[in-house]
Design a protein around this ligand. Structure first.
Ligand SMILES: [Fe+2]
Length: 481
């Protein structure tokens, strides 16, 4: 990889709120750099590419900017033969191109929508054919049927070329283009199927679909929900797909009269929906659970007629979805690891927290999605607790935390198994860490087998600051396979 710098837009964005300052402050520079300095030694058996997505406004946004509004930017770290390189690229969405032409930020805010802006948003969406006009593709990535996709949750996936992170273009998994695709599809590691859902633009229902391992759409269903809620993630087991109808209500017209698009209503109840994998929408079974909110699932599996689900649950509305929360102190991602155990026959649910310390962005070994697992991983960041990567032992109901310094913001940890993995935790946890004390970023590699005993094997020093972001993927061999 050649070293190159391409500054594609004018002056840096001014920090005006918590989502634009410190570790969350965006960068406008697209950079490619090889032979990065490493503290420690890169493992000989770790070869591949980490790619992570996150919001990063290309042009200075308005004062009501929210974290979720930024243009998608991909950061990649390639590790090969004991050497490391870095590159980052904006996702060239239709919205990004439009802004590039006009030279200004015209992104609407959804969490912090204002009346006039929202009216213009709705009018433009109607003219241009839906919310995809504003698609930021800024939330996550998935690798399936030999392709890499950058995902949002209210629009189409954007295909990305894995080698150089160039944008190929939008590619909606649904045959019809009138439905969004979740940022958290699930790949069944046994069958190779990709399962996904999306909120219908018409509301009060979700669309659900399955791609086979070749990328062919082999199943679709419309699932009536009776209301529209923010449903960010879902779960799969070998036989079932599981949906979380929690009471974060989506009210598309409320911003027109000064109200909030999202409103949490504890009194509206919460349900888990269980659907046979190839079921039709009317086969879903809704089971009442304690109200709360859930961004992310850790994993789920079956044992006979018992379903076990783990996720990071908030007891109420997370402050990040409150349009009035702007300061860093008000931003507390204090969800905790939580378990639901469902008797499929009786519909009885037993639920409760398994840990009392905050963590978000849960992950398991991708090879165990939908299967029983002992270990899970998560990150404590923007929380009331110390920054940390966390390892859960789900059998023992214990957790270990590798803490970072108070000035560091640690992102999602992705588990990368060793090539000849001998135990479930025989692998590495990789993550990007930004230190607000010196405004520098490092890519850290932890040994998961000695999580409580100085687990950091190597730290790759980034050639530029890498803003805190959302979700990523590890591509074995850099996506060549
Ligand atoms: Fe997410």
């Amino acid at each position: 990889m050649s070293d190159s710098i391409a500054a594609e837009s004018p002056s840096p964005t001014r920090a005006t709120n918590a989502y634009l300052s410190g570790a969350l402050a965006p960068t406008q520079v697209e950079l490619a750099k090889s032979d990065l300095p490493v503290v420690g030694k890169l493992p000989d058996d770790l070869n591949g590419m980490w790619v992570r997505n996150g919001p990063n406004p290309m042009f200075p946004p308005g004062s009501h900017y929210h974290w979720f509004d930024g243009d998608g930017m991909l950061h990649g770290v390639r590790i090969e033969d004991g050497k490391a390189s870095y590159l980052n690229r904006f996702v060239r969405t239709a919205s990004w191109k439009k802004q590039q032409e006009s030279g200004r930020n015209h992104s609407p805010s959804y969490v912090n929508a204002r009346p006039l802006e929202h009216l213009q948003t709705l009018a433009q969406a109607a003219r241009k054919g839906g919310a995809d006009f504003f698609n930021k593709a800024n939330t996550s990535l998935v690798w399936h049927h030999g392709k890499l996709f950058a995902l949002w949750e209210a629009g189409s996936p954007y295909e990305i070329r894995p080698g150089d992170l160039e944008t190929v273009g939008p590619n909606n998994f649904f045959a019809a283009q009138q439905h969004a695709v979740t940022a958290h599809p699930k790949i069944d590691p046994v069958t190779g199927e990709l399962l996904f859902f999306g909120n219908s633009l018409r509301g009060n229902r979700i669309r659900y679909g399955i791609l086979d391992r070749t990328g062919r759409l082999v199943h679709q269903a419309t699932i009536p929900t009776g209301r529209t809620v923010m449903m960010h993630d879902f779960a799969i087991t070998r036989r079932f797909s599981i949906f979380f109808d929690f009471p974060m209500l989506v009210r598309p017209l409320m911003p027109l009269v000064g109200g909030a698009m999202l409103r949490y209503r504890n009194d509206r109840g919460a349900r888990i929906g269980i659907l046979p994998r190839y079921g039709s929408g009317d086969e879903v079974r809704w089971l009442d659970v304690e109200p709360g909110f859930l961004f992310h699932v850790l994993n789920a599996w079956e044992n006979g007629d018992t379903l076990t689900l783990y996720g990071c649950r908030f007891p109420g509305a997370p402050s990040v979805l409150d349009r009035k929360s702007r300061s860093r102190d008000e931003l507390q991602l204090d969800s905790t690891m939580y378990r639901w155990v469902v008797d499929v026959n009786s519909g009885r649910v037993v639920e409760g927290a398994v840990d009392d310390r905050p963590a978000e962005f849960p992950r398991v070994d991708d090879a165990l999605v939908g299967s029983p697992c002992q270990f899970g991983y998560a990150a404590s960041f923007l929380s009331s607790d110390a920054p940390a990567l966390v390892k859960y032992d789900l059998n023992a109901n214990t957790s270990q935390r590798h803490e970072f310094s108070a000035s560091q913001l640690v992102g999602e940890g992705i588990f990368v198994p060793r090539p000849n993995q001998v135990s479930e935790d025989d692998g590495y946890l990789v993550s990007m860490v930004h230190d607000e004390a010196d405004d520098r970023s490092e890519f850290v590699i932890l040994d998961c087998r000695r999580f409580d005993n100085d687990p950091v094997i190597a730290r790759i020093q980034m050639p530029q600051r890498v803003p805190a972001g959302f979700h990523g993927v590890w591509l074995d061999g850099g996506g060549a396979t």
